[in-house]
Design a protein around this ligand. Structure first.
Ligand code: CMC
Length: 429
């Protein structure tokens, strides 16, 4: 490799190509015509070495623990911005003027209601259904109401679908929660802001007034900001991949929600608190759980620890731990689970296994404790992640659909199955 030029010698053929360089200096070898020129493909299970797209949305430096949306550090956005403003930034690329922000917020507010027919949809699920399953189904179900306005190639359709998704996801989330607790649905209130409105739909009941606690709303808004995007993670890649078939945005985001649900991804926030509860109820000490997490014969891993990209403290986890102190102090006082979490972190960070593998708390380690202090049930935690991640999914879907380099996503494989065999009739097997 010299300068920008790369030569790969493989199977007696020389393949000449160049390096693609990003604005922060990240470099990738361009192998787009490797197969057509040499007959070889690359083999990179789980894609840790594969850049699938050029993207302008989010920058992560996993070694230094840096996360920026459209160039703005998350620490600054968290301190000064609101979730709706950050959503605008992530989706459109620039911080909005006052007029742009007001218009965006108004468009969202005007779409918060669900079609009345859709209320029946929630009745069809068992009351103990996981709300992520309901959320994914409902978002796909939204497409049935807007079939005339979801053409992926029509900018007006994409714009109105953006407003609809931003507006309706909290309503769907709150309705699925109300179904699970057998309470009446609470309709959106347009004078409340995005996060206040969500809290109102979750916790208000028709029989008495409900006041949104501004500290709780602020903390939840900041959590949404910290989840707003994370470049090519599993769910976002799922959104982009399904959208590359020119699937409408509702279907693509429904696929992303399903991918997020897994315990290695957004389901980890629920797993963390369930694990902390198990630890609290167990006779075993914390060391035993840490030992189990290290044991390769035991499937148990420490949820909320480790990350594909961060090999340093996840910057989101640092901010969330800070917020956890404030929210838990105010709402709960002493939380034994928070104490267990902090002691667990201390033990893990002093342990050679975690140090050598550079495993630190990630975004999910402390967020669940905040949600729990706010009175949110465990199975709603991944739903909160989904509400926060929505602007990122929308931004990536829009970037994907308007990128001239986008083609239907279709990886290849190294086939390792049987070679050609003769069919054996069933009575001879
Ligand atoms: N507990 C114990 N060991 C771990 C953990 C953990 N939480 N995470 C990674 N390791 C070990 C892993 O066994 C492997 O060890 P070895 O080299 O001896 O085989 C090494 O560390 C490298 O891990 P990996 O599994 O190859 O890393 P990955 O990049 O494929 O997976 C991960 C990343 C996040 C899926 C993984 O760290 C994990 O399972 N963490 C727990 C689940 C979790 O917290 N997920 C949320 C991720 S952040 C938010 C999000 O994306 O949704």
């Amino acid at each position: 490799m010299t300068g920008d030029h790369v030569r790969i010698d493989v199977g007696g053929t020389s393949y000449d190509t160049s390096v693609v360089t990003g604005t922060e200096g990240e470099q990738g070898i361009d192998i787009r015509d490797l197969r057509s020129e040499t007959g070889y493909i690359t083999y990179d299970p789980a894609f840790p070495n594969t850049g699938a797209v050029r993207s302008e949305i989010t920058y992560i430096d996993g070694e230094q623990g840096i996360l920026r949306y459209r160039g703005y550090p998350i620490e600054d956005l968290c301190a000064h911005s609101s979730f709706v403003e950050v959503a605008y930034l992530v989706i459109y690329g620039e911080l909005p003027t006052r007029a742009e922000l007001d218009a965006f917020a108004t468009h969202i507010t005007r779409h918060t209601l669900l079609r009345e027919d859709m209320r029946r949809f929630f009745d069809a699920f068992p009351t103990d259904a996981h709300p992520m399953a309901i959320l994914a189904s409902a978002v796909c179900g939204l497409s049935t109401f807007y079939q005339d306005h979801y053409n992926p190639h029509d900018p007006q359709d994409v714009e109105v679908s953006t407003f609809r998704l931003m507006a309706k996801l909290p309503t769907v989330a709150a309705f699925s929660y109300k179904t699970s607790v057998g309470q009446p649905y609470i309709y959106p209130l347009n004078h409340l802001d995005y996060t206040e409105n969500f809290l109102h739909m979750m916790f208000a009941v028709p029989s008495e007034p409900y006041e949104v606690d501004p500290d709780v709303a602020k903390a939840l808004d900041q959590l949404f900001i910290l989840h707003a995007d994370h470049e090519q993670n599993c769910s976002t890649s799922t959104v982009r991949m399904s959208g590359s078939s020119h699937l409408n945005i509702f279907g693509s985001i429904s696929a992303g929600i399903t991918a997020l649900w897994g315990p290695l991804h957004g389901g980890a926030n629920q797993e963390v608190v369930e694990t902390l509860l198990r630890i609290q109820q167990s006779e075993d000490d914390l060391q035993t759980f840490v030992q189990r997490a290290k044991d390769k014969h035991d499937p148990f891993r420490l949820p909320g620890f480790g990350h594909r990209v961060y090999k340093n403290y996840d910057p989101r986890a640092a901010l969330i731990k800070d917020a956890a102190h404030k929210v838990i102090d105010k709402l709960v006082g002493d939380d034994p689970l928070f104490d267990i979490a902090r002691r667990l972190e201390e033990i893990a960070l002093a342990d050679d296994y975690f140090v050598e593998r550079r495993l630190y708390p990630n975004v999910d380690f402390y967020s669940g404790l905040i949600y729990r202090a706010m009175g949110l049930p465990l199975n709603m935690f991944p739903v909160l992640f989904a509400i926060g991640r929505l602007p990122g999914w929308i931004a990536h879907w829009r970037e994907m659909i308007s990128d001239p380099e986008t083609r239907i996503n279709r990886p290849r494989q190294i086939y390792t199955g049987a070679t050609q065999r003769d069919y054996v009739p069933i009575d001879q097997r």
